[in-house]
Design a protein around this ligand. Structure first.
Ligand SMILES: Cc1cc2nc3c(=O)[nH]c(=O)nc-3n(C[C@H](O)[C@H](O)[C@H](O)COP(=O)(O)OP(=O)(O)OC[C@H]3O[C@@H](n4cnc5c(N)ncnc54)[C@H](O)[C@@H]3O)c2cc1C
Length: 480
């Protein structure tokens, strides 16, 4: 943070002040590190701020979970180029790593290759235009960004940058249990909160074996993490008799929550859904549908109960695992002028492509700097956070985002607009708990889908979009 670079004028229109870094990247997760690798290829010097004490801190938090993506879908091309020739051994392309393997075998070597550009235990607390709060127009566009950071010892400092790429993810902001988006009554009361968690149990760890073994656990949610938790608890039941799970869904029927099954273009994810279905069939998992959580109660003999908006109860619970998705926290950008969609809290140009209210299946649309742009030029929210509350993010999409963003920041608008990407269908349908009134998905209602796997047998989609065309150019298998 001591060297002084001058940001290219393309990075921020009209910028002329000396800055500490051409581009500040927030977060050393998969997408933040890929952004840094791409920026280097564009001759833009990045500085990366990471809250954790190592790269991939969020991924490592769910390190026991096996990904549904293969290595071939988890390595950014620019990162591969940076790593090659440094003694890095690329993992087997067809293997499905755990989160821990993704962090250890790829993210940490990548961060090491980026060297002292990555600053650990450095939390970004705010970003602004230098000397200008959100209200001030005068001279705004010509000012670099000021990035406020807090260090591990509590010291604070500020760094100037010509542009900012926010890849800080959503991991620390899980959705609460309440179906209206607020915590359910009682959820945060200490005696109850100690028995409510928001992560997939690690049944290979003694701590979680003790916590969930022989107990009855409600798993709330319909996405990949909920399926993983159900399969984990069913596995634990084999060694710890009496282990039971109750799968709590807002939607009226399980239907597409099992994913795309054999037709899922992400085979590991399809297989997970089939294993969850087997666990239900074997009686290890009880299914409760049409349940909108209102309250968590502490009842007699120390058990917990979930209470729905309609007064239905699920009694006799020992633990509750909430896996209802994540939401972004944009507070660090409060002094900038972001254009965010009112539903998803995603960039306005991206939201129509990923809104699960509109797209019944979790088809992933490639997109670039155009869709991610804000009124405030030179600032981009990318990666998991760019998807806001939408449940269908894939690392592959994030890598394409930062390829385009780095090109745009370097002033290569043609390259930024030339986004070409083959993406799979994800088999995630209404993963944020949408489609909870009808028994099945919107596609089902329209007669286009089938219960138990709304995604039609998938065909890889080569989609070309123009970064400045908004949603116009991006059409996927379920529509545009
Ligand atoms: C259980 C689970 C399984 C998943 N499986 C897959 C899969 O199989 N395939 C797939 O493509 N995707 C999968 N995902 C999605 C996955 O999270 C993303 O692909 C990937 O982790 C997103 O990368 P990211 O860099 O956007 O965010 P993150 O991985 O969340 O990284 C963000 C980083 O920013 C840091 N940070 C946060 N706030 C600050 C701050 N204020 N200042 C500084 N640093 C900060 C965090 O510590 C973190 O290191 C899965 C997600 C989960 C939760």
């Amino acid at each position: 943070m001591t060297s002084t670079h001058r940001a290219p004028t393309e990075a921020v229109a009209g910028a002329s002040s000396p800055v500490d870094a051409a581009v500040a990247v927030i977060g050393a997760g998969p997408v933040g590190l890929a952004a840094a690798a791409r920026l280097l290829e564009q001759a833009l010097e990045p500085v990366v701020f990471e809250r954790g004490d190592r790269a991939g801190a969020a991924v490592a938090s769910w390190g026991h979970v096996r990904l549904f993506s293969r290595w071939s879908e988890l390595i950014d091309p620019a990162a591969r180029r940076l790593l090659s020739g440094r003694g890095w051994v690329e993992p087997d392309a067809d293997h499905y790593p755990t989160g821990a393997e993704w962090a250890d075998e790829y993210l940490r070597p990548l961060a090491e290759a980026l060297g002292d550009r990555v600053h650990y235990e450095t939390t970004v607390t705010g970003v602004a235009r230098k000397g200008r709060d959100r209200v001030v127009d005068s001279g705004r566009e010509g000012q670099p960004f000021t990035v406020h950071v807090r260090h591990a010892d509590g010291r604070t400092s500020r760094v100037t940058a010509g542009a900012v790429v926010d890849a800080s993810g959503t991991w620390t902001h899980p959705n609460p249990l309440g179906s209206d988006g607020y915590p359910a009554d009682g959820e945060h009361e200490p005696a109850i909160a100690a028995r409510v968690s928001y992560r997939v149990p690690d049944v290979s760890a003694a701590r979680d074996v003790a916590r969930f073994g022989g107990r009855r656990t409600a798993v709330v949610g319909a996405g990949h993490s909920a399926l993983t938790a159900l399969v984990a608890l069913a596995t634990l039941a084999e060694q710890e008799p009496g282990t039971k799970a109750v799968w709590v869904l807002r939607r009226g029927a399980v239907g597409s929550a099992y994913g795309g099954g054999d037709a899922d273009q992400l085979p590991a994810r399809g297989a997970l859904g089939l294993r969850a279905r087997d666990a239900v069939a074997a009686g290890l998992v009880e299914v409760v549908t049409g349940f909108r959580t209102l309250a968590v109660e502490h009842v007699a003999e120390g058990s917990l109960a979930l209470v729905s908006e309609e007064g239905r109860r699920i009694d006799g619970l020992d633990e509750v695992v909430g896996l209802t998705g994540f939401r972004p926290d944009h507070s660090i950008m409060a002094e900038l002028r972001l254009r965010l969609d009112a539903r998803l809290e995603a960039p306005l140009g991206l939201a129509p492509l990923i809104d699960p209210n509109v797209h019944s299946c979790g088809t992933v649309y490639p997109h670039g700097a155009g869709e991610l742009a804000h009124d405030e030029q030179g600032v981009y929210v990318v990666g998991m956070k760019a998807y806001g509350r939408a449940p269908t993010f894939l690392a592959l999409t994030g890598y394409e985002q930062v390829r385009s963003v780095a090109a745009a920041l370097a002033g290569d608008h043609e390259a930024a607009a030339r986004v070409e990407l083959t993406l799979p269908e994800t088999g995630v349908c209404g993963g944020a708990g949408l489609f909870d009134e009808p028994a099945v998905t919107r596609a089902d209602a329209d007669g286009e889908g089938a219960v138990g796997g709304c995604c039609a047998p998938a065909v890889p989609q080569l989609v070309r979009i123009g970064a400045s065309t908004g949603s116009g150019g991006a059409c996927g298998p379920v529509g545009c």
